[in-house]
Design a protein around this ligand. Sequence first.
Ligand SMILES: NC(=O)c1ccc[n+]([C@@H]2O[C@H](COP(=O)([O-])OP(=O)(O)OC[C@H]3O[C@@H](n4cnc5c(N)ncnc54)[C@H](O)[C@@H]3O)[C@@H](O)[C@H]2O)c1
Ligand SMILES: [Zn+2]
Length: 373
Amino acid sequence: MKKVLVTGGAGFIGSHLVDALVKKRCYKVTVFDNLEPQVHTDGLPEYYNIRARFIRGDVRNRKQLKEILIDSDIVVHFAAAVGVGQSQYQIAKYVESNIQGTANLLDVLVNEKHNVKKLLIASSMSIYGEGLYECKKCGKVKPPLRNLEKGEGNNWEPKCPYCKGSLKPVPTPEDTPLISNSIYAITKKEQEEMSMLIGKTYGIPVVALRFFNVYGPRQSLSNPYTGVAAIFLSRIKNNKPPVIYEDGLQTRDFIWVGDIVNACILSIEREEANYQVFNVGTGNPVSILKVAETLIRHLGKEGKIHPDITYKFRKGDVRHCYADITRIKKMLGFKPETNFEEGMKKLINWAKRAKAVDKFEEASKELKKKKLV
Ligand SMILES: NC(=O)c1ccc[n+]([C@@H]2O[C@H](COP(=O)([O-])OP(=O)(O)OC[C@H]3O[C@@H](n4cnc5c(N)ncnc54)[C@H](O)[C@@H]3O)[C@@H](O)[C@H]2O)c1
Ligand SMILES: [Zn+2]
């Protein structure tokens, strides 16, 4: 049996991967997680799979990592601080957890005794900044981040950086230049680059998966800093309108957590994945307004709750970004299986029973105080 270590394995995505690995019966799974209180308000989550060994530890602690890595064949590194907005003012914490944490892991892999033969890293679509667009005159272009001041409310769409003409969003492939728009994004980019560099230098196969917007059961409904679907759900469940920035027509690529798990397993098991970076999304853009409307409809609150469209700009937000998944399709045979409507229904079935403390207003106040909205 191969021994897999999943850092951050008590979290949303990690716990689903742990379940799938345990189910395959050919892996012995260990989770290493510090049970970050903002994510795990009640300690070890009730969904935790007792067939996986649990070690409470922190990736910021090199000594703990050294002890656990001695006994691992495969490492899946998911432990991270994950709030984009929050990363803009808790800078040291995000850098320590995400960059220093990964540095500790790599330092142990290079300097200590271990059996690790593969490292899977969770990267993020946020490292692109704006997605890729097409200008009729100039072809494919990558516009810079928007810097909208109050009163520019109707000009949400980025313009061509060369001719100032209008742009059409197109799928974003892996070789698109990276323009990070938050400390979180910078940390994810560094994680990816440091891991790939050290992996190639020392012959340890690394795979970096750039997850797009992941949704599904176990997403924290009480953590107001992550996951727009979860934040909206928590609001609607508490009979409050979901709050939308801009006009709601900005788009993202929402991918069901089960599809993410499939991509992770393919990356672990296929040699073709070694030293590759893959987008993991669906390739289909969905507007934020549609997410809000779909959730309201499926929760039976149509006519009772209406999305609150604020026409406000949140600094650093991108207008459109969705995945080009040609590479992972061709190289690993990956195909997303759950479409948006089906996924949303499954999400809601779970959410009906899940605890949702609406902390949106607190979080929103904090962002305002830090001048980010
Ligand atoms: N959810 C998404 O849409 C998304 C998108 C792109 C990338 N990602 C990446 O996927 C990974 C998993 O994200 P998630 O959505 O499951 O988040 P999550 O917050 O549910 O899970 C992260 C886990 O890491 C743990 N953790 C945090 N800091 C730690 C530390 N210093 N030491 C040990 N454990 C620590 C937390 O307790 C938590 O269990 C992260 O690396 C995240 O950056 C997620
Ligand atoms: Zn142009």
